[in-house]
Structure formats: C-alpha cells, structure tokens
Write a protein that binds this ligand. Structure first.
Ligand code: MN
Length: 588
C-alpha cells in the first residue's frame, strides 16, 4: 500500500476547531458551545505530547472525528464526546473526570464507545450473512444510543485514512471489518455518503487485485463522462426553465469505486453495461418539481425502457428517496439522471441525523411551540425503530429516543471463537449452551464469562464472551429448570432427564433414586436434611457423606413411593439454606 498521505493539504488545529464551531453555531446556544470549548481544551491537554503512528500530533484524530460529527449536526454533546472518545482509553483520564466536567451524557457516550471497542469481530470460516447481521445487531444493541454509532463511524472513517501506517494483518482486519460491519451499518442508518467513503477506503486493502482491475477497467472513462455531463448541464437548465422549474443545483455525481466493482460482477465485468458510472443530479425545491422536471427531460431525451425508478413514492428500505431515470441524451449516449428535493438530498447523505437536524431547525427557528414530530414511516429498516414515531414529541424527546434499546428483549453474546449467539434477555449460560448444541448443554458443568467463572444461573449481557466447560457423560441437573430462561432449554433438559430416567415419569410408583446433595459443611444441616426426608415418608436405604474443600457432599439411596413424593422432597430441600446443588439419578 502506498503512502497517499503526502498530497494532503496541511490543516491546522485552529482551522478544524473553527470549522466545527461554524457548523454548530447555527443551531446551538452559548452553553452548548461552551461545552465544546471545554472539550477542545480537555482533549488537547489529555493527548498532550502523544503522537499517532503517522507521526502527527494525536489531537488531530479526535478533532477530525468531532468535525465529521459536527457536519452531521449531531449536537454539542455528541461532538464533545467525539473529542474525548480516545481520552479514557489512551490517557490517564478517567471516566469519572469526564462525568464531573462534562456531565452524565457525554460520559455515557464515551463509555459506551469504549465498550464497543472491546468487542472484536472475528472472521471465521463459518461466517455467514446471518453472522454478520448478528454482529451488526450486537453493535447496535450494545450502543444503546445511535449517537454512539455515529461517533464510532466517524472514528473508523478517520482511522481508515491512515490505515497504511498499520502492519498488514491489522490493515486487513480493520478493512474487512469495515466492509462487512461498519459500512452496512452506515447505509442502514441512511448515511450513504459515509458508507461509500468507508467502502472506498477499505476496498484496496481487502481486495487489492479487484481494486486494481476495477481502476483499469474504468480507465479514463469517468473523466470523459464527467466532461460530457458538464456539456449537458446547460441544456438541462434551459429545458427546466422553459417549463418554469427553477433548479436549486445541477451537478454530476460519480459512482464510488467499490459499488462499481460490485456492479461489474453483476454485469459480466462489462463496463458498458453500467449506465450510472456518472449521473446527473438535479436538486429542486418541491416534490412536485421532481415529477415536473422528469416530464420536461423526457420531452427532449427518450427514456431507456425499464430504467425509471420512483423512490419517492416507494423509498428504499433505508429511507432513500429520489427519482431515477436513464435517458438517451446528446449524441445518443446513455445517461442516468437523479431528481430529488434538497431535503431528500440531505437525507441521502446524513440519514437519520438529517431528520434530527431538520426538526431541530424547525423547533428553534420556525415553530417555537412544541410540534409533533414523526419520523417518516419509510424508515422500516428495523422494526424496533418504528416505536420511535410514537415517542417523538419534540427534539428533546428525539434525543431521549435515541437512547432506546433497539433490541429491548434480545442480547447478543459471543462464543470463544467469535460466533454470535442471539438470546432472549435474561438468558443464562445454560440457555447459551443448549443453543450451541444439546450435548454441550447436557454436559455443562461450569461456565466462564469473559474468562471468569460465573454461576450457571448468571444473566448474560450483550457483548460477553461465553465459554461452557463440559464433562463427558454428565447429565443436566433438574435444578436448572428453576432458572433457565428459554422454554426451548427447559424442554431439552426435561427430555434428556426423562430419557435417562433421572426425572421419573409422573405416574411412576415405588422406585429407587440416588440423591446427591452438595452443600456447605455446616453443623446441623445433615440433621435438617434427614428430617425433611423423613417427613416426605421416604425410606433411606443407604447414605454416606464426605467433605471436599469446605463443601459437604451427601449421597443417599432412597426408596420413593411416587413421583410427587420426590418432587415434594426436592422442593423442600431447595429451600434449605446452604444447599448448593441437588443431583438425582434413578436406580434399578
Ligand atoms: Mn479513535
């Protein structure tokens, strides 16, 4: 990979700060702008003397991240969190200091980001579309707040620009993670421009051969087309004006390289079959103008049949709206034309963030009074987000709603190999084990979360790495039925216990079981156990006990009259203080 950093224009810290201030001045008040200034000083002090691998002062990275966020008009708190995003990880600064100085919310954003950072995306052979989708969902679920995702994307964007500085193995990992996880996340949030930028930055690292091939197939075609389109623009302008449409802007837009590559694959590598390498984009004021402009252009240039798309009436799943048509233009050349309003254009670049911005402007400038805000129903990209609509009363509530847990009742945990398992909230390591494989569930003896042993009834949380330790020929404990979360797990446990006759059939009469009780080695406990057994009218055929590492293990051979007697016994024993585990096994 060549160092293509040399032709970058040197920008000073002050210039970046000034641009951030300018982006926010429009919509934010003095106290919010003060927060930002505090953020500038704090970040600069925290990263004092630190260098990035590229040799530049570290502070440039958080500044550029904040700049991207300010372009998205995401608000002073988010931009400030962007400034501070690396300060807890890489400097002696603590999260408490940030909380004290910048408040709960900024601290929350910084901390959530650190959490996401700790999850690594592992590419494995079993990588499927579902696995990637799960990982994206996990990131969303862990973020708990869309602003965290925005900061993460801005961070990734800047890091990719200096990816060349990292060792090849890391380049590869970061770049493929970008193509598989972060760019799709950006698109899903409607951040089209960000998604395209991320893809083009990662493309040469992940597919160097394909990247070169695409560039050579493309050759000078893009430049030639752009020149040609420049000649079309005045013709379009005249035709629109003749029809009393005043365009806001007309520009030519080139398709980004990675999407050209994807399209080439679909079109048998024939560049001549890609009609939207460069497209003309017409921005007009009103929705009506979009359709009027379309009609006007079809009068002078015949449309290519089957190429017209009305994404205004039928938006794309991520909310994208525009009219697309392909026409035979001057000299019979085929050209794609996109027509949309200014608002649609903004949204296409900034997605959900743009909605927020528009609402904010409306609230602060035009409508002073609270007005009901509804996120357009076209955002169907995730069912949970639809809930938002009901909650949006004003921009404050919008902010609040960004905190909504997208997956309120789901969690996403990882296997030690990096596979993601999607579980209901409240699931335990046993539920996890049975999701992996019934045998792993059946033979589970203990569990580790992030490397530490946890009790089997531990409630798992998103992002945790769960490892199950198994032992051959081991059977599940009936006590698991008390705490497992999923009905499916319960069913599997009951099945095996019945099959192995550990759990007697309900109508079973007069049988023997071996009961093992693991409990604290406490004086008097054995007496209590014996009393309970006697009360249930159960005969003890034999019993013995031993002590291991402070625990007592009692083993009883019992003669039981009916299944309900046994059930009653287990219930009473479970309530006894100091009992850790009960195991039963049917004997012949
Ligand atoms: Mn960073």
């Amino acid at each position: 990979m060549t160092n293509n950093n040399n032709n970058q224009i040197k920008v000073t810290k002050e210039q970046i700060k000034e641009e951030i201030r300018k982006n926010l001045q429009e919509i934010y008040n003095t106290s919010e702008l003060n927060l930002l200034e505090k953020g500038f000083d704090f970040a600069e002090e925290a990263h004092q003397g630190q260098k990035r691998l590229t040799g530049e002062d570290f502070i440039f990275h958080p500044l550029r991240v904040a700049l991207t966020l300010s372009k998205m008009r995401l608000g002073a708190k988010t931009v400030t969190a962007g400034l501070l995003h690396d300060s807890v990880e890489d400097t002696p600064v603590t999260i408490h200091q940030i909380k004290k100085k910048f408040g709960e919310e900024v601290a929350f954003l910084v901390q959530s980001l650190t959490k996401i950072e700790s999850v690594k995306y592992h590419q494995t052979e079993r990588d499927t579309i579902l696995a990637k989708e799960n990982f994206r969902n996990m990131i969303l679920a862990m973020a708990k707040d869309l602003r965290v995702i925005f900061i993460k994307l801005a961070d990734r964007l800047d890091n990719l620009k200096t990816l060349w500085v990292l060792p090849p193995e890391k380049q590869q990992r970061k770049a493929s993670e970008t193509l598989e996880i972060f760019a799709p996340l950006a698109y899903r949030l409607g951040l089209t421009k960000m998604g395209a930028e991320l893809e083009d930055l990662a493309f040469p690292y992940v597919y160097p051969q394909e990247y070169k091939l695409t560039k050579s197939i493309l050759g000078t075609r893009k430049e030639e087309l752009e020149k040609y389109l420049q000649r079309l623009i005045p013709i379009i302008k005249r035709q629109l004006q003749k029809n009393h449409i005043q365009p806001v802007k007309i520009l030519s837009r080139a398709k980004h390289l990675y999407s050209i590559w994807r399209k080439l694959q679909k079109e048998d590598m024939d560049i001549n079959r890609i009609f939207d390498l460069v497209a003309v984009r017409i921005i007009v004021e009103k929705v009506e103008d979009c359709y009027a402009a379309l009609g006007a252009l079809h009068q002078i240039w015949k449309p290519v049949p089957g190429r017209f798309k009305d994404y205004i009436a039928l938006p794309k799943p991520n909310g994208y709206q525009s009219l697309h048509t392909t026409v035979f233009a001057e000299e019979g050349k085929i050209v794609e034309i996109q027509i949309r309003t200014q608002k649609m254009d903004q949204e296409a670049e900034w997605g959900i963030a743009a909605h927020w911005f528009y609402q904010l402007l409306k609230d602060t400038k035009i409508y002073k009074k609270r007005k009901k805000f509804r996120l357009p129903s076209k955002y169907h990209w995730i069912n949970q987000l639809r809930e938002w609509q009901k909650k949006f009363m004003d921009s404050d509530e919008f902010l609040e709603s960004l905190k909504v847990d997208f997956f309120k009742d789901r969690i996403f945990v990882l296997t030690p190999k990096g596979d993601i398992v999607d579980l209901p909230d409240g699931a335990t390591p046993i539920d996890f084990a049975y999701q992996i494989h019934t045998d792993i569930g059946n033979q589970a003896i203990s569990a580790k979360v992030n490397g530490k042993v946890v009790p089997l009834d531990y409630r798992l949380k998103s992002g945790e790495v769960v490892e199950i330790i198994t032992q051959k020929h081991k059977l599940p404990s009936p006590t698991w039925l008390e705490f497992v979360k999923m009905a499916e797990t319960k069913k599997k446990i009951q099945e095996i216990l019945k099959k192995k006759r550990v759990l007697p059939e309900a109508d079973k009469k007069n049988f023997k079981v071996r009961l093992k009780i693991i409990c604290q080695d406490k004086i008097g406990l054995l007496d209590k156990i014996l009393q309970i057994i006697a009360k249930q009218k159960i005969t003890i055929l034999e019993h013995h006990g031993k002590t291991i590492r402070g625990n007592a293990i009692f083993s009883f051979l019992l003669k039981i009259k009916s299944a309900s007697h046994l059930e009653g016994l287990l219930k009473k024993l479970k309530k006894l203080k100091g009992i850790q585990e009960l195991r039963i096994e049917e004997k012949n």
